[in-house]
Structures are given as structure tokens and as C-alpha cells.
Design a protein around this ligand. Structure first.
Ligand code: SAH
Length: 229
């Protein structure tokens, strides 16, 4: 009887780990074919993309598509970005282990989880309450202890905990919110999708050195719009 019990337990454990293994394989394939095959070369970014369980951040009925080469719906008319865009934006921020990073647009929490693997602390703000609460629960469930989440409008940044070594905005703006540039530390980097219309947007990389603010246009992108209450 005891033996049968052990056998059953070990069969269940094998089944569970092979289900996880399926995702490990899919994740490694995603990194190889979608990231390394393009221009993602930063080892730390690639490692985080290999580790974070993207399928845990998407609605259950879309899980089988979690490692595909595109964005996915997360409800409330919002999306989790394409893995390549998540990796590209992360790589552009040139993060260091002691950095403190602000994200505007928590959404599913996936981008914040990638950042959390690379830096000391991630502060993230989400305007849709339901999404913010869900992300908080996901961070807790998966053990991301270095992410602080706030529900509200990120337009004014998070002055109480500024400055930040890096800021990432994952919703598209027409103009860069001035508070975000102000809240960058000296040497800080900000990446943000900017443009007047859905198909006329680019990622812009802003760097701050002393009084000097440099803006560089990067990839053309499509992003959900930045909203205000
Ligand atoms: N980084 C997310 C992508 C989310 S899509 C992820 O990895 O899943 C962009 C998110 O920005 C949406 O959830 C949207 O509700 C949020 N957003 C839009 N305007 C905002 C604002 N003013 N302040 C905070 N969040 C905002």
C-alpha cells in the first residue's frame, strides 16, 4: 500500500515536471528564434527571458500561445507585448544589478518580472485597477519580492521614490511626460513609445547626463495608448 502511494506520488511528480518542461522547451525556442535570431545579444536579458514563465502572465485560455511571436490580449482592451519588444526595451535600458527601475503600465506584470530578474527594485504603476490587483497577486504567487506596484495614473511618475536609474513606459504617448525625465537619475535611461497615431509611433530612448537630455529614435512600434483618468 505504502509502495503504491509512493509510486502514485512519483507518477504525479513526473507528470507535473514534464508539463513544466514543455514550457521550458517552448521558452528556449522563443529565445533562440525570436530574440537571438534578431538583435538581442545582452546575456542578462536573454537569461531573464529564458527564466520568466510568460504563460503565468496570460489568461488561461491563451496559455498555449504564450511563447508565440506576438502580443496577446490580457483583457480590459490591453495587451502583453510581443516577447521581442519586451526584450528589446529591456536591452536598451542597459541595466545594472543595483538599479532601481520605474515602469508605467504594469498590465500583466510580465515586463516587470523580467526587470525584477535584472535589477534591485522595480516600481510599477497601472491605471486599470483590476489589472493592477491581478499583477500584484501574480507577483506574490511567483515569489517576485522586489516589485512594488501602485494603482493609479503614471503620468506624474512616482516622486516619493524617485530618482530612477531607468524608466520604461509600455503605453504610447503623444509627448513624453516631463515628470518622467525629471525623475531620471544622472546617467539615467528612459524608453517610451512616442507618436501621434497607432502606426506612426517609435520607441524613443532618452538619456540624461547632467543637464543634457539626449533623445534617440529607435524601432517603429504599435502600442496601446497611454490613458488618463
Ligand atoms: N508591460 C505590460 C504591457 C501592458 S499594456 C505587460 O508586460 O503586460 C500597457 C498598460 O499600460 C495597460 O495595462 C494600460 O492599462 C496601462 N496604462 C495606460 N495608461 C496608463 C497610465 N496613465 N498610468 C499607468 N498605466 C497606464
Amino acid at each position: 500500500m505504502k509502495f503504491l502511494g509512493y509510486l502514485l506520488i512519483s507518477m504525479i511528480m513526473t507528470a507535473t515536471s514534464s508539463a513544466q518542461d514543455k514550457y521550458v522547451t517552448e521558452r528556449n525556442h522563443m529565445v533562440k528564434s525570436q530574440l537571438e535570431a534578431r538583435d538581442i545579444t545582452d546575456p542578462a536579458t536573454l537569461k531573464a527571458m529564458r527564466e520568466v514563465m510568460r504563460h503565468e502572465f496570460v489568461p488561461e485560455f491563451l496559455r498555449h500561445l504564450a511563447y508565440g511571436d506576438g502580443p496577446l490580449s490580457i483583457g480590459y482592451e490591453q495587451t502583453i507585448s510581443q516577447p521581442y519588444i519586451v526584450a528589446y526595451m529591456t536591452q536598451e535600458l542597459k541595466l545594472e544589478p543595483n538599479d532601481r527601475v520605474l515602469e508605467i503600465g504594469t498590465g500583466s506584470g510580465y515586463q516587470a518580472a523580467i526587470l525584477a530578474k535584472l535589477v534591485d527594485t522595480v516600481y510599477t504603476i497601472e491605471i486599470v485597477e483590476e489589472l493592477g490587483l491581478k499583477a500584484i497577486e501574480t507577483f506574490k504567487r511567483l515569489g517576485y519580492a522586489n516589485i512594488q506596484t501602485k494603482i493609479g495614473d503614471g503620468y506624474h511618475g512616482w516622486p516619493e521614490v524617485a530618482p530612477f536609474d531607468a524608466i520604461i513606459v509600455t503605453a504610447a504617448v503623444k509627448e513624453i511626460p516631463p515628470a518622467l525625465i525629471e525623475q531620471l537619475a544622472d546617467g539615467g535611461r528612459l524608453i517610451i513609445p512616442v507618436g501621434p497615431k497607432t502606426f506612426q509611433r517609435h520607441l524613443v530612448l532618452v538619456t540624461k547626463k547632467g543637464d543634457k537630455i539626449k533623445k534617440q529614435k529607435r524601432l517603429p512600434v504599435a502600442f496601446v495608448p497611454f490613458t488618463r483618468h
